[in-house]
Design a protein around this ligand. Structure first.
Ligand code: MTE
Ligand code: MO
Length: 199
């Protein structure tokens, strides 16, 4: 099989890779609101909706047949732990541009997960070259607690933006706050600027 291109997230190339106020852990903590959902792969669908010429739905087989990349990145959770050296594998967000025609009014995306979880991103954060819909972590399929079958990974922002159990995304004109962003977390979440909370 052709080997996948590895994209190195620029933050993992820094000399000091640990942002202010973070501590490195070797573990992979599990964090989320609510219960881990049970997802049957034969029911799973990925929907691209909102400000696009034509909405698009892909089943698991169609989604995993899209071209894939690997991304090497660090993880920074707003609660203070960082996990370095993660190798993610999955579908780059840039592939979305091949699947739909995004209308010029679109300025933001809302990513949707099972159980009404959402997170919002600007188009430039969403389409950064190191952002992907991951299927594997460190060469293993994602486990249910870590987002099986598909999770978003946004390496340059705090890990709450990396939605687990993703089922779709919506292009929107005006920014809306997602689940954690409407519960006190920062709207943007840059760990290097400590954009943790918004009071
Ligand atoms: N669907 C969903 N995704 C989510 C969350 C959530 O509550 N629901 N929490 C976020 C938060 S706050 C963190 S820190 C990371 C944790 O990912 P992990 O459990 O794989 O470490 O998932 C993010 N993605
Ligand atoms: Mo978090």
């Amino acid at each position: 099989m052709k080997s996948k291109k590895v994209i190195r997230s620029p933050d993992a190339e820094r000399k000091d890779r640990v942002p202010p106020g973070q501590r490195v852990t070797e573990k992979f903590p599990v964090l989320h609101y609510g219960k881990v959902p049970y997802i049957d792969i034969s029911d799973w669908m990925f929907t691209i909706s909102g400000l696009v010429e034509e909405e698009r739905m892909l089943n698991y087989e169609e989604f995993t047949s899209l071209p894939q990349v690997k991304v090497f990145s660090d993880v920074h959770c707003v609660t203070g732990w960082s996990k370095l050296n993660n190798l993610w594998e999955g579908v780059s967000t840039s592939v979305i541009k091949e699947l739909v025609n995004i209308l010029p009014e679109a300025k933001f995306v809302m990513v949707h997960s099972v159980g009404d979880f959402t997170t919002n991103l600007s188009l430039s954060d969403f389409f950064a070259p190191d952002v992907l819909f991951a299927i594997k972590h460190n060469d293993e399929p994602l486990t249910p607690p870590h987002g099986y079958p598909v999770r978003l990974v946004v390496p340059r922002l705090y890990f709450w933006k990396s939605a687990k159990w993703v089922i779709g995304m919506e292009f929107i004109e005006k920014d809306r706050r997602g689940f954690w962003e409407s519960r006190g977390y920062h709207n943007h979440g840059d760990p290097w600027r400590e954009e943790r909370y918004s009071y």
